[in-house]
Design a protein around this ligand. Structure first.
Ligand SMILES: NC(=O)C1=CN([C@@H]2O[C@H](COP(=O)(O)OP(=O)(O)OC[C@H]3O[C@@H](n4cnc5c(N)ncnc54)[C@H](OP(=O)(O)O)[C@@H]3O)[C@@H](O)[C@H]2O)C=CC1
Ligand SMILES: O=C(CO)COP(=O)(O)O
Ligand SMILES: [Zn+2]
Length: 352
């Protein structure tokens, strides 16, 4: 008997364009969501977008409550859950970068309430995904979370954000190349379930972004549009897989370790991009393919070196030699890269 079943949860409304922030209320009304919205945002995102979203809801007669979070942590999720219960919220709206969106989608999952994603930066591909990413002690969890019912991405707001946030989003997409390699390796060596559709979509998203690199330019609002669509597509790949595997391999483990070793030094996307240069070398050796990753990052203006990330060489070596410990996810790092090998890969690729 055929006994497999699968749930693929995707957003119903994806609204991308100039000045669409005020259409959040329409996107929500169209979903027949009831009750008071709870806005989950972060300090800058509140000023540049969440206040406008709150005013739009107020104009329709539903005064939202706003919670400001400053970090991705389980305690921040609990705080949001508590406020939502106290206020009797009907649904949650995450407004900001990857951190407030992750917290809002995880809180929505606990509360069993609808979630709407309002990205203010094209900095990460968690905008659509049904996963949350949270550090806890020495580990980094990829947690099941509520995928958004709707996404509202205002390209005007996103284009006004610092340019490095957009280059970080591009690098998060470019890292899909190595994430998919790791996933395929885990499939071959560890019988990890692999989805051809999710793997192909993830890699194709990276290819399209690299092919369109020339239209991704500072000061061009169209860039926000191009990158946002790629981020949505990458998130869809994660939803199809019901895992972050299509977009997170060893390069992400490296980045998560850097977050612990050098907190706040660089953006998530920039760290995974440099991680991808290193892990492409580990996968393919010195046949030049790692240069394709490095050159794609460089064309977009994303960092390719430790210096560019603002971390010292020792941090890169420490992150690379300990990255395999952070999560039970089989990758090219296997049981670990020793210090001499880490030096070799980081030097040959020019990362240090
Ligand atoms: N769940 C998933 O599938 C995924 C999750 N992630 C997670 O997302 C996080 C990384 O996302 P990232 O967006 O870099 O992190 P943040 O949410 O921390 O945002 C990065 C910075 O951008 C600022 N910012 C956001 N929007 C604007 C704007 N319009 N103008 C000016 N500044 C702005 C934020 O300021 P402020 O905080 O003051 O508002 C913050 O300083 C990580 O925690 C990562 O693990 C990444 C990819 C996938
Ligand atoms: O950042 C991600 C995909 O880009 C997902 O993060 P995780 O590594 O926590 O699964
Ligand atoms: Zn990522």
């Amino acid at each position: 008997m055929f006994d497999k079943s699968t749930w693929i949860r995707l957003p119903r409304n994806v609204v991308v364009g100039h000045d669409v922030l005020e259409e959040t209320t329409d996107a929500v009304a169209e979903l027949h969501l009831d009750g008071q919205p709870l806005l989950v945002t972060s300090p800058t995102a509140r000023a540049v977008a969440a206040e406008r979203v709150a005013e739009s809801f107020a104009a329709t007669g539903t005064e939202p409550v706003t919670v400001v979070v400053e970090e991705a942590s389980f305690s921040a999720v609990e705080r949001v859950v508590g406020t939502a219960r106290d206020e009797g919220a009907g649904f949650l709206v995450g407004v900001g970068g990857g951190k407030p969106i992750d917290i809002a989608k995880m809180a929505s999952d606990t509360l069993e309430l609808g979630f709407v994603s309002v990205p203010t930066a094209a900095s990460h591909d968690g905008i659509v995904s049904g996963r949350g990413s949270v550090p806890e002690g020495d580990t980094r969890h990829s947690v099941a979370a509520e995928p958004p019912l709707a996404v509202v991405a205002d390209t005007g707001v996103i284009a006004d954000a610092p340019w490095e946030l957009t280059t970080a989003g591009c690098a998060d997409i470019i890292s899909n190349y190595t994430a998919v390699r790791d996933w395929q390796l885990a499939h071959r060596l560890q019988n990890v379930e692999y989805s051809e559709y999710a793997g192909a979509l993830s890699r194709m998203t990276a290819e399209m972004l690299v092919d369109n690199a020339d239209s991704i330019k500072k000061g061009l609002e169209e860039s926000a549009w191009v990158v946002m669509k790629a981020l949505v597509s990458s998130g869809v790949a994660m939803s199809i897989a019901d895992s972050s595997r299509p977009a997170s391999g060893a390069e992400h483990l490296f980045s998560h370790q850097l977050d612990r070793i050098a907190p706040g030094a660089a953006l998530h996307g920039h760290q995974v991009g440099v991680g991808s240069v290193l892990t492409e070398y580990l996968h393919t050796g010195d046949d030049g393919r790692w240069r394709n990753i490095r050159d794609a990052l460089a064309r977009i203006g994303a960092p390719t070196t430790a210096d560019g990330l603002g971390v010292d060489d020792g941090a890169v070596i420490e992150a690379l030699t300990t990255a395999h410990e952070i999560r039970d996810r089989y990758t090219i790092l296997g049981n670990g890269v020793n210090e001499a090998a880490a030096h070799e890969v980081a030097t040959v690729t020019g990362v240090i």
